[in-house]
Design a protein around this ligand. Structure first.
Ligand SMILES: Nc1ncnc2c1ncn2[C@@H]1O[C@H](COP(=O)(O)OS(=O)(=O)O)[C@@H](OP(=O)(O)O)[C@H]1O
Length: 335
């Protein structure tokens, strides 16, 4: 065999070996295995490992995240600071919160979708995290406590209340803005809240009715013992959120992981904002913390009179007093 023949034989062997391992079908199989392996790795990473989850700063990586039914619900009251409370709790590493108001128990259509639907509205969480959702209409809808009880009789309940006069004004202001959006006429608060014939407070006016805390509380207490319902002082939450959030952490049985330094007063907003993973100061949207219109003093006094007995009943029911009926305290802060 001369040099030329040897070269030719080597070359043809190489081509044969190569053609055995590089057929299009084999190349496709290798490529397929590679893609499947990559997808597998990604799925494992996102669903099983804390490495990929921005909420896990605890260096514990192998945990299963999934959507879970809430361990705790914020039931209201409407315009009492429910969004602020949820926003603060969201900062806690052991808590996940639903982004939107779910309205599962108060909306018949949603309720008919069942618990599976409700669970799907919840955020992903680690097994040792609490899931919380807030829908302020839960407090006042009479069917809700029984429905919540049927789902989970040991669920933790947070209720936030605020001076009923201010809550009523805030409630009507919210309705005004909604009306404006729909191109409707906006009437002064005094005109809406007073009965035009008698000049007295219209006790059936919705924003007034929703401030009868005792009426709704009685309904909740038919199903849940008082120690299962923690009451947050909404006025204190505005003035100084840290102590109120600290008490909520204790009630929920989670560590005290939101430091006082996370609450930053924002002079432009006129409210506290909170430090988060992604923001130096997360403030609530413009629909929270609106400046209230000036309301005639006589109307404020009439409202106070209407709420006085309801407030006393509420204090007795919850075994806790708030400043609303305390004349000295109320006049001190100009309410
Ligand atoms: N940090 C912070 N920033 C802004 N607003 C705050 C805050 N803390 C409590 N509040 C008070 O929350 C009131 C709105 O209450 P809700 O979030 O429960 O309203 S809603 O029912 O969900 O529409 C809202 O009512 P208005 O002041 O009448 O707008 C606020 O007074």
């Amino acid at each position: 065999m001369n040099y030329q023949d040897v070269k030719y034989t080597q070359l043809s062997n190489k081509t044969e070996v190569c053609s055995r391992c590089c057929t299009p079908r084999k190349l496709f199989t290798y490529f397929f295995i590679l893609i499947v392996t990559l997808i597998g790795l990604l799925v494992t990473c996102y669903s099983h490992s804390g490495i990929c989850n921005k909420y896990d700063n605890r260096k514990v990586h192998i945990r299963l995240t999934k959507r879970r039914l809430p361990h705790c619900i914020i039931i209201g009251a409407r315009k009492a600071g429910t969004r602020a409370l949820l926003t603060y709790l969201k900062v806690h590493p052991d808590i996940q919160t639903a982004q939107y108001e779910v309205h599962f128990f108060d909306n018949q259509e949603n309720y008919d979708f069942g618990y599976g639907w409700y669970q799907k509205q919840m955020p992903y969480s680690f097994p040792d995290q609490l899931t919380i959702e807030k829908s302020p209409a839960y407090f006042t809808e009479s069917s809700v406590p029984g429905r919540v009880y049927s789902m989970n009789s040991t669920i933790k309940i947070l209720l936030i209340v605020r001076d009923p006069v201010q809550r009523t004004i805030s409630d009507q202001l919210q309705l005004n803005f909604k009306g404006l959006d729909m191109g409707l006429e906006v009437k002064p608060f005094e005109e809406l809240v007073l009965n035009p014939k008698t000049g007295n407070i219209d006790m059936n006016f919705k924003p007034v009715q929703r401030s009868y805390y005792d009426v709704y509380m009685k309904n909740w207490l038919k199903y849940f013992p008082l120690n299962q319902i923690h009451i947050v002082d909404g006025d204190q939450l505005i003035a100084d959120p840290y102590p109120e959030v600290y008490k909520v952490e204790s009630f929920l049985g989670v560590r005290h992981a939101i430091p006082q330094s996370d609450f930053v007063y924002n002079a432009t907003k006129g409210f506290y904002c909170v430090k988060t993973d992604t923001a130096y100061q997360k403030c609530l949207s413009g629909s929270k913390g609106r400046s209230h219109p000036h309301i005639q003093k006589e109307v404020i006094e009439k409202l106070k009179d209407v709420f006085w007995k309801h407030n006393e009943n509420f204090f007795e029911l919850v075994n806790q007093r708030f400043f609303w009926n305390n004349k000295t305290m109320a006049s001190k802060i100009g309410k």
